[in-house]
Design a protein around this ligand. Structure first.
Ligand code: UT7
Length: 323
């Protein structure tokens, strides 16, 4: 008998304000055509003052709990992936815990930038298979609009805000790839690439700082590393490209998503794509895409799903799960 961490619910929250590419044409030397052709992004949501990371995370968590038919008091742990917590501390996860009225269990943030949700899922899976928790809320939530340099056309047109969450619960499995739940994971990082993507603020500067990115350099790393980590996780799970029903990739750039799918030998009609509507929401992008993919009727119970993401660090990884 094998303990599996099975998705029982999923949900998301998007800020009310939708910003089309055309809005940037008024203030920047850019065009809708450039943004769409280079990134695939058409719209993104930007949070208002009250839509903080923890507030959006709470709404996504409530939606996941509702789908799972559970109360906050049923949850043992909250693992929240973010690089844009409301405050330096306490963690956004403990703020969500308080918002949900949860007096039990424990909560903490995971910081692996755009790969954060893959790292959070892997940590939550470890808590469940080791018997330390039975039900875990895994959340990705970001307000990257708060760390944008609005004069830098190379970054500010690419990112958006939002939150997504899944409720994982322990279930007995047979230990085969036919089990529901997380089947395999793969995590990687290489700190020598820190200058490719970072925020120029923190305790060393006393400021929040702005996101800085050498986009084309990150791009060069992305497809190869994403396809490799996905393959490693698939090998560990004992599945092949033919078995995969859906790739749910990090939504940074449609060209990266297409290039990775091609390298994995999986056609685009088996890829959940939301980048056109959300932009790059960093750690929120995968749970947002999972939630939208379920809403659209794409992802169904029993489907084999591969998630993959790369971001600042560099940090990257993949998770293979049966929905
Ligand atoms: O999620 C975390 C990981 N991040 C990513 O995965 C992002 C990875 N990178 C990318 O998605 C792409 O590299 C970008 C979308 C950021 C850029 O696309 P690119 O095809 O790599 O373009 P580039 O950076 O090589 O820039 C091409 C040109 C440059 O002009 P010159 O030097 O050729 O004259 C840029 O200055 O496009 C220019 N440019 C723009 N032009 C119009 C950069 N931003 C803009 C803009 N509007 N917003």
């Amino acid at each position: 008998m094998t303990i599996r961490a099975v998705v029982k619910g999923v949900g998301h929250y998007l800020p009310q304000r939708i910003v089309p590419n055309a809005e940037f044409e008024a203030t920047l030397d850019t065009t809708d055509e450039w943004i769409v052709s280079r990134s695939g992004i058409q719209n993104r949501h930007f949070a208002n003052e009250t839509e903080t990371t923890s507030v959006m995370a709470t709404e996504a968590a409530k939606a996941a709990l509702t789908m799972a038919g559970l109360q906050a008091s049923d949850v043992d742990a909250i693992v929240l992936a973010t690089s844009t917590a409301d405050l330096t501390f306490p963690s956004a996860a403990t703020m969500v815990q308080a918002n949900l009225g949860m007096k039990n269990g424990f909560a903490f943030d995971v910081q692996a930038v755009c790969a954060g949700f893959v790292f959070a899922l892997t940590n939550a899976n470890a808590l469940i298979v080791s018997g330390q928790a039975k039900r875990v809320l895994v959340i990705g939530a970001e307000t990257f609009s708060r760390i944008m340099d609005w004069t830098d056309r190379g970054t500010c047109v690419l990112f958006g805000d939002g939150a997504g969450a899944v409720l994982l619960a322990a279930e007995d499995g047979a230990g085969t790839a036919a089990d529901r739940g997380i089947l395999a994971t793969d995590l990687n990082s290489d700190g020598t690439h820190r200058d490719l993507l970072y925020v120029d603020g923190g305790t060393s500067t006393g400021t929040t700082g702005y996101l800085r990115m050498q986009g084309n350099q990150v791009f060069r790393h992305a497809v190869g590393k994403l396809a490799a980590t996905a393959q490693t996780a698939m090998d560990r799970a004992g599945v092949t490209a033919d078995d995969v029903d859906w790739i749910v990739p990090h939504q940074a750039n449609i060209r990266i998503i297409q290039g990775t799918a091609k390298k994995m030998d999986i056609p685009m009609d088996r890829v959940v794509v939301t980048v056109q509507d959300h932009g790059n929401t960093s750690a929120a992008s995968i749970p947002l895409a999972m939630s939208v993919g379920v809403e659209r009727g794409q992802i169904k119970q029993g489907d084999l799903v591969v998630t993959e993401a790369i971001g600042g660090g560099l940090a990257w990884g993949a998770v293979v799960l049966r929905w």
